[in-house]
Design a protein around this ligand. Structure first.
Ligand SMILES: [Zn+2]
Ligand SMILES: [Zn+2]
Length: 81
């Protein structure tokens, strides 16, 4: 599983939920909220086949920042298989 946005294969294009302006990717949520978190869920991914439908496994959460109104919101990017 690979996130196209994290790997630079796809540009994230989302609309701000507040003002509908085009917003830019602000990085992964995990990097944004806890850059030094000791827990790395990706490492155990191979052993977690049962949780394949879990949105946290099948999608990558990113933080987007609206350049117009300054809103910061979370979005989920579907990972490629
Ligand atoms: Zn990602
Ligand atoms: Zn906005």
């Amino acid at each position: 599983m690979l996130c196209p946005v994290c790997n630079g294969l796809e540009q994230l294009a989302v609309q701000c939920p507040s003002c509908a302006a085009q917003s830019a990717d602000y990085g992964r949520t995990v990097d944004f909220t806890a850059p030094y978190a000791p827990y790395q869920p990706d490492i155990d991914e191979a052993a977690m086949t049962l949780s394949d439908v879990d949105p946290a496994v099948s999608s990558c959460s990113h933080v987007a920042c609206c350049p117009s109104c300054g809103a910061v919101f979370e979005i989920y990017v579907r990972k490629w298989r």
